[in-house]
Design a protein around this ligand. Structure first.
Ligand SMILES: CC(C)(COP(=O)(O)OP(=O)(O)OC[C@H]1O[C@@H](n2cnc3c(N)ncnc32)[C@H](O)[C@@H]1OP(=O)(O)O)[C@@H](O)C(=O)NCCC(=O)NCCS
Length: 170
């Protein structure tokens, strides 16, 4: 399969925070943000693979900053790496200042999706060809994160996680 660049599947969703989406402190409810990130990331994975995709794991979520009612929130999803049937998607969340229009980073997360056929069986996806230095760094680190996710899910023995072990051997 022909490799694809991350920009070919990049997905950007911008939306407001409405009252029904907030917690008692009038900030965006965490579950709503998870759903928005899942939506953007699944579109990116679908654009890359042109297949049905399912969320296999949520590997990392950091809620760094509260997002107040009325904020304009942008969720950007970029594929960092594709393996055989799985794809890692890195998500960055930005909040726009009403007066200046400047964006500040509020959250980030890493999700893994698997491309499947109509019966839900995993199918191969095209590889990713990173271009920028940032994309190359994310590409290299993705294998370690995949191994960590599989170890935590009980799908890989820690002794088989060679990339992960190498981190601790220096
Ligand atoms: C995700 C799913 C398709 C994986 O199926 P499976 O039988 O475990 O298939 P495999 O073991 O062949 O794994 C398929 C790929 O998923 C990856 N994978 C599976 N579990 C993973 C996890 N926890 N973290 C990261 N990758 C994972 C495997 O490494 C493999 O990747 P590769 O083909 O790129 O090497 C299956 O578990 C499923 O359908 N889960 C439900 C998905 C869903 O409903 N999501 C919505 C959440 S509410």
């Amino acid at each position: 399969m022909q490799p694809k660049h991350p920009k070919e599947s990049r997905t950007i969703l911008t939306d407001l925070v409405l009252p029904s989406e907030t917690n008692p402190l009038n900030n965006l409810f965490g579950g709503e943000l998870l759903a928005r990130m899942d939506r953007a990331a699944s579109i990116a994975a679908r654009r890359h693979s042109r297949r049905i995709v399912v969320t296999a794991s949520v590997n990392h979520v950091a809620f760094k900053k509260m997002i107040p009612l009325g904020s304009v929130v942008t969720v950007e999803a970029n594929l960092s790496r594709a393996f055989k049937s799985s794809m890692e998607v890195v998500i960055d969340v930005w909040v726009e200042d009403r007066e200046s229009g400047l964006r500040s980073k509020a959250n980030d997360a890493i999700y893994t999706f698997v491309a499947v056929d109509d019966s839900g069986n995993p199918v191969p996806v095209p590889p990713i060809e990173p271009e920028s230095a940032d994309e190359k760094e994310r590409f290299d680190a993705a294998l370690r994160r995949k191994q960590l996710s599989l170890v935590l899910a009980g799908k890989m023995k820690p002794s088989e996680a060679t990339e992960l072990k190498a981190l601790f051997e220096d």
